[in-house]
Structure formats: C-alpha cells, structure tokens
Design a protein around this ligand. Structure first.
Ligand SMILES: [Zn+2]
Length: 379
C-alpha cells in the first residue's frame, strides 16, 4: 500500500514537472513581419518608470541617453500621493490625468502601467493570475486592493479605459526577448473583455538588473532572434553611484551597456507605444494574409507605423511570397507594392479584431512572471 502511494506520488510529481516544462518552453516566433526596418536586427523599447524619479539622480542617465540620441518612453504619475514616503515619490503631474496630459502634450498617452499600490488598477493583484489556487496563494502573500474593474467603486473606470488608452502592461520577465515570450502582444484577454490590449515587458528595474539584461550575450541573442525587448526600468533607482564626496557618477555597467547598444546600428530604439502600434499593424497584416485578402484596412491612428516595418517574403506563401530584389527582408511598402495589396486607412479602431491570447501562451507568461518575481522581486 505504502509503495503504491509513493509510486503514485512520484508519477504526479514527474507529470507536473513535465507539464510545467511544456508550458514554460518558449517556441521561436513564427511571423514574416518585423516591427523594425530591414536594416535593423532587433528593437529595444526602454520605458523609464517614474518611481524614485529625482532630477538630481536621473541627470547623468539622461545626459548619456541624449548624447546617444536614443528615443525612450517616460511615465509620470497623474496625481501626487499626499501620504506617500518622500523617498519613493516620483515625478508627478498634480492634474486631471488623461485630459490634461492630452492638453499638455497634444496627444493621448499610449500606454498605462499599473503599480503595486494603484487602487484604480483593473484585473490586477491576484486577479492577474489564472485559476483559484494561484489567486488564493497570491492573495495570502500580497496586500493591496485594486478596484478599477469593481462596479460601484469610486475607482471603477475599466468601462471607459479603451477610450483613453490602447495598451496596458501585464506580466514582466527576466528574458530579454519580450516578443518571443508574448508573440500575441498587444493582446486581448478573453477573461478581461473591457480592458485595453495587454503587453509584456522585460525587467530592468534597477541599474544592476538593467545592465544584466543588456549584457553583450543577451543583446547578441536578441539580434539573432530578430527580437523585440520592451524594457521597463527606473532611471531613478540605483543607476548612479553615491560617492562619499557627494559625486554621483553613472554606474560603470550601465554606462557600458547603454553605450554599446546605443552605438549599435543594428538596434532600433523605439518608444514603447510606437513599437506596440507597429506590432498591432503587423497583426492586421497577418490576419489579412491568413484570410487571403487583397485589401488591408488600418485604423487611421496607426498608418504612421507602416514606415518602419519590414517583411521576409520568403516566410510567406503563394502570391504573398513575391520577393522584390531578393533581399532577406524588405520594407512593408516595397512588399505590398510587389504583391499588389491595397492598403488604406479605414474607420476601424485598434481594438477591432484584436488578437486574443491562447491559454498556453498566457500560462507560460504567468509561470515566467512568477519565476521572475522569485528571482528578482518587484512587488
Ligand atoms: Zn515602477
């Protein structure tokens, strides 16, 4: 009897390990389209998240970023938190969030990033996890309440979220190639139908983790995989050394990584909202090709993103595989001209026909995210 229990337990453990390995495995992305020009091998989007932002400490980082000519994404808080610990307060706009941001910058922010204590977050905290077991375990170990999707709460706003913002960050990972982990991004989750589209990001949270993510080996593999890294970081968090004499030079490993990547002509640095727009355009093209269509209708707001996309025609089939010039990749324009597609801007929204994430991809992200939380806790 005892032996039988041991055998059954062993079989269960082995099955669980195999099942987890199956879910965690990241298959190569299969698409003929790339969200960067034909002369680039990968794209990197860096989002400087606003926690800990102090002009005094981020100055050396931005000086280097400017001298390298890199385009990044900057987040801001919309409102100050009156009772927050001053050490963790970041740059904020004490204003009517979305409306005033639009008035100030002339455009809507494209992305929203929820944090561990933002009460207006929706489908956050334990609700990010699939299945009751994981939700329960997460609830036990994490505090914070998130009411963006709680009807009747003053923080409820998920019903208008799509009219305000297109993309919301979901899971994070320590892998550099975010797109390999989340090939369906920006994606719709069938369990969160009202939410905008979700996307994953790679963890470069503090100086040391940022430098590690952009190690030479990681960046080389990103180029080889023709990948996309959507990195979130905090330039205000340990990017500089605090010297006893009061000097605050940039960390050596961070400087080395930024200079190496910034001077690499094979890398396209693209703001996060822009890379997500390009990926959304690619999805629309992929769907049209899958259905064998001859016309492609794009949301007006996305037509600007057409210019920076490239195609590998050899990876397509039938009449779509015409390769102008025989290069490995060509610009989207050249390709659709050669295959005779009609591309036009129509009255469709970014959300029409959104790509839905498959269960296996979602579980893979959840497991990678949990592994990342254990290896490098982010709260
Ligand atoms: Zn943050």
């Amino acid at each position: 009897m005892r032996r039988r229990i041991v055998v059954v337990a062993l079989i269960v453990v082995v099955a669980l390990v195999l099942w987890t390995a199956f879910l965690m495995h990241v298959p190569a992305r299969r698409s003929a389209f790339y969200p960067f020009p034909a002369d680039r091998q990968c794209a990197i989007s860096v989002t400087d998240d606003t926690d800990h932002f102090q002009f005094a400490t981020v100055d050396p980082v931005y000086a280097l970023v400017d001298s390298l000519g890199l385009r990044l994404t900057k987040t801001v808080w919309a409102f100050d938190a009156p009772d927050a610990d001053p050490a963790s307060v970041g740059l904020s706009l004490e204003l009517e969030a979305y409306a005033v941001l639009e008035e100030m910058t002339g455009e809507r922010p494209k992305i929203e990033i929820f944090h561990s204590y933002n009460q207006e977050a929706f489908y956050w905290g334990s609700d990010r996890l699939p299945g009751p077991v994981l939700r329960f375990l997460h609830g036990v170990t994490h505090r914070g309440s998130f009411e963006g999707a709680t009807e009747g709460s003053p923080y409820y706003w998920v019903d208008i979220a799509r009219s305000l913002v297109c993309y919301v960050r979901a899971y994070t990972t320590n892998d550099i190639n975010t797109l390999a982990l989340n090939p369906s991004m920006p994606y719709e989750d069938p369990s969160t139908p009202m939410a905008p589209l979700w996307f994953a990001s790679s963890n470069g949270r503090i100086g040391e983790q940022f430098a590690r993510l952009f190690s030479e080996a990681n960046v080389e593999s990103l180029k080889e995989e023709r990948g996309v890294s959507i990195v979130y970081t905090h330039f205000g968090a340990a990017f500089v050394e605090e010297r006893p004499d009061g000097a605050r030079p940039l960390r050596k490993d961070v400087r080395e990584a930024l200079v190496r990547c910034g001077n690499d002509a094979a890398i396209a640095f693209v703001p996060a909202g822009e890379i997500l727009d390009r990926l959304r355009v690619i999805q629309i093209f992929e769907d049209a090709v899958d259905r064998g269509e001859r016309t492609v209708g794009l949301p007006r707001d996305l037509t600007y993103a057409l210019d920076a996309i490239s195609v590998d025609p050899a990876a397509l089939h039938g009449p779509y595989s015409l390769a102008p010039g025989g290069a490995e990749r060509v610009s989207l324009h050249e390709w659709w001209g050669a295959v005779g597609l009609e591309v036009h801007a129509g009255d469709v929204s970014v959300f029409d026909g959104a790509r839905r994430i498959a269960w296996r991809e979602r579980w893979r992200m959840v497991l990678r995210w949990l592994a990342t939380q254990v290896a490098t806790p982010t709260g």
